[in-house]
Design a protein around this ligand. Structure first.
Ligand SMILES: NC(=O)c1ccc[n+]([C@@H]2O[C@H](COP(=O)([O-])OP(=O)(O)OC[C@H]3O[C@@H](n4cnc5c(N)ncnc54)[C@H](OP(=O)(O)O)[C@@H]3O)[C@@H](O)[C@H]2O)c1
Length: 277
């Protein structure tokens, strides 16, 4: 299976096959790490209002010298802004000194607020006004996706969800695909619980002469997912992007997926109960 470094999203817009996660990179060190990511070749930066680093993301792009239009910039609307999502997006543009974003997501559905449909309507408005090229969601389960598409007839381009080998989310991945939604993975390596020593990962790394992290990122690509790894190290940033020169067998992919556990979430991030303002 040959996989290109750039793919087409559901809106027919080109998007890098791997993005760079920017949480919790802040301050001067944050700018340095994000600029390094751009220098080693990332062209997709994932931020959020709640990461409080949109300014650093914009500064890193300017510092890197990479033209803004070559970078796919994505932010996320926090729960407290669900009833004013277009204004929230406009505030992000002001902080970043930009006149458009490439993608904006609703960060969490926060069902008890009962306002994520309103947030979605605001993002549709913003897209129609040319403030953002694509719109999507994060941490949405099937019934949250039903609610926004039934209310507006607009399907999100993206659903960014927790996916790593201990929590592979086969069902939500298939549900997203059936709806024509491209899945992005947060904590794609498994953050502090990365299963680098598990035989399914370590054996594939030895077979292909790559690192366990490269095996996991390749596993995402072969499942059709856009992973968003974060690293402060230029060397790890570079190797996390260098996953287009080998291919896992179907059995290797299946063995890594089989590491999944019902309790494999990194924290209790169940979108029906976990809320972030
Ligand atoms: N939508 C959401 O609700 C949500 C939630 C969580 C995260 N996110 C997004 O997902 C991004 C990534 O998530 P994450 O940072 O939680 O997890 P992650 O990318 O799975 O893991 C990051 C950790 O792995 C280490 N690491 C990176 N590359 C490595 C390599 N090649 N070998 C060994 N260790 C490596 C990093 O350390 P070093 O930095 O020292 O390399 C860091 O400790 C975030 O930055 C954010 O953009 C979104």
């Amino acid at each position: 299976m040959s996989i290109a470094a750039t793919r087409l999203g559901p809106d027919g817009i080109a998007v890098p096959a791997i993005g760079f996660g920017t949480y919790p990179l802040r301050g001067d060190d944050g700018v340095t790490a994000i600029a390094s990511a751009l220098e080693v070749g990332y062209r997709f930066l994932d931020t959020a209002v709640n990461y409080r680093n949109e300014r650093e993301v914009a500064e890193a792009i300017r510092a890197s010298g990479v033209p803004r239009e070559e970078v796919f910039i994505q932010t996320k609307i926090p729960g407290r802004d669900h009833r004013s999502s277009r204004r929230s997006l406009e505030a992000s543009l002001t902080i970043m000194g930009l006149d458009y974003l490439d993608s904006v997501l609703i960060h969490w559905p926060n069902p008890s607020q009962d306002a994520y449909v309103t947030a979605w309507e605001g993002l549709i408005d913003a897209r129609e006004a040319g403030l953002v090229r694509t719109i999507g969601v994060s941490n949405f389960a099937a019934h949250h996706l039903d609610a926004i598409t039934e209310a507006t007839e607009v399907t999100p381009a993206w659903n960014q969800i927790e996916i790593h080998p201990l929590f592979p989310q086969a069902e939500q991945l298939a549900d997203n695909a059936e709806r024509g939604i491209t899945t992005q993975a947060w904590s794609p390596l498994g953050k502090t619980s990365a299963p680098f020593d598990e035989p399914a990962v370590a054996d594939a790394a030895a077979t292909h002469d790559v690192s366990p992290a490269q095996v996991i990122l390749r596993w995402h690509l072969q499942r059709g997912v856009i992973p968003l790894p974060k690293s402060t190290s230029a060397e790890r940033q570079r190797s996390n992007l260098d996953v287009f020169g080998f291919e896992l067998s179907a059995d290797e992919v299946a063995a890594i997926t089989a590491l999944g556990r019902a309790d494999g979430r990194l924290f209790d991030g169940d979108p029906d109960t976990h809320e972030e303002m």
